[in-house]
Design a protein around this ligand. Structure first.
Ligand code: AMP
Length: 360
């Protein structure tokens, strides 16, 4: 892959905090940043003077954007793939639209994982109430019914218990094409983030533990408190997935660790991930810089950490305590400039490092 030199323009589709932090990393390395966002004044667009504000399915706007940039990446995967496919002959799009097509559809994603022999929860495709009934007979209850598309932070999914009314459950998801998954009794949720270049070079961060509240990530603990053998196995799975996708960029692999020590992959996100925010402060090269390096053809940076860390998300009002938060020892506060503050909205995060004690 040819190297895009500094001063080239990186196009980021999506206006959220992930785009903002990719932009900040790109800008530190001397790249220009052009954000394509459907909302004026969005978090990512605030940090660059080059922004296209248009609907994500506006093909003309997407083509003009492609003309203005040297490479395109994305900051969320639920985008219309057609627009990115249309520009992929003019400009390099990383990750490729094919990767997005897999990762934005839970059924395709599960089938892809199965094709790589990556363990997942047992699952069945469900597109009618009758199929739901037969899938429950096979997978049993409890199970989790999830829409194939547009589900995130627990949206578009419903738990099904043994004596639930299946017609009512089917109705809750408004008859969307779905996947039924067997319920996994897990000891912890984890993720591994792996960056990969076009040449197949890979760099993975240590597995982290993720704690959710109301289906939204609340806290990440780096590293996850798991035996080395399991950490090695988790990283190997993530790297197999990155290779299987022929990924150029970064992928976050969300996993369940069962009480028996098995690791099951739950979900893939082919972009920087909330559970990798700690890497900005605890690693020499963050997940955001790795994306920039991967898509510009630069060598990846070292993913090793120089301190253990925990990351707390600041949801809704929690970010209003910024003046207290900024005084917390061994911590760095990150705010995303998102207005208005809404309950559950990701307004920022704070990373706290466990620094080695200074010699006396
Ligand atoms: P997802 O949207 O697939 O990431 O699911 C959101 C959250 O729901 C996960 O982080 C888990 O806490 C929980 N969850 C999802 N699928 C399952 C499952 N098959 N078994 C148990 N818990 C699940």
């Amino acid at each position: 892959m040819t190297i895009l030199p500094p001063n080239s323009t990186i196009g980021i589709v999506g206006g959220g905090q992930l785009g903002r932090m990719i932009g900040q990393a790109a800008s530190r390395l001397g790249y220009r940043v052009h954000v394509f966002t459907d909302q004026a004044g969005s978090s990512a667009a605030q940090i660059t003077d080059q922004a296209t504000v248009a609907a994500y399915d506006d093909l003309d706007a997407m083509r003009r954007f492609a003309q203005a940039v040297d490479v395109v990446t994305i900051e969320f995967e639920n985008l219309p793939v057609e627009g990115l496919q249309a520009i992929a002959s003019d400009v390099s799009v990383c990750p490729s639209p094919d990767v997005l097509a897999v990762c934005q559809d839970r059924l395709k994603e599960k089938q892809f994982l199965q094709s790589l022999d990556v363990p997942t929860a047992p699952f069945a495709a469900v597109s009618t109430a009758a199929e739901l009934k037969s899938a429950i007979t096979t997978l049993g209850a409890p199970s989790v019914l999830k829409t194939r598309r547009m589900g995130y932070d627990g949206k578009g999914q419903v738990m099904i218990q043994a004596d639930d009314d299946l017609d009512a459950a089917w109705h809750t998801l408004r008859g969307s094409e779905s996947v039924l998954e067997g319920f996994v009794t897990f000891e912890r949720e984890m993720s591994v983030i792996t960056a990969r270049t076009a040449d197949g070079e890979k760099a993975s961060y240590v597995p982290v533990e993720n704690q959710h509240e109301h289906h939204i990530l609340a806290k990440t603990i780096a590293p996850a408190p798991i035996p080395d053998s399991q950490a090695t196995a988790a990283v190997a799975l993530a790297e197999r997935i990155a290779d299987g996708l022929d990924l150029v960029g970064i992928v976050a692999v969300e996993m369940f660790q069962t009480f028996e020590g098995d690791i099951l992959v739950n979900e893939l996100a082919p972009r920087p991930h909330n559970s990798g925010h700690w890497t900005i402060d605890a690693c020499l090269v963050s997940q955001f810089e790795q994306v920039v390096r991967a898509i510009t053809g630069l060598p990846l940076g070292a993913p090793e950490r120089f301190a253990d860390a925990k990351m707390d998300n600041l949801l809704g009002d929690a970010a209003e305590a910024w003046l207290d938060l900024i005084k917390q020892p061994n911590s760095r506060l990150h705010l995303y400039g998102k207005t208005p503050i809404r309950p559950g909205r990701k307004q920022g995060h704070i990373t706290t490092l466990r620094l080695p004690t200074a010699p006396s």
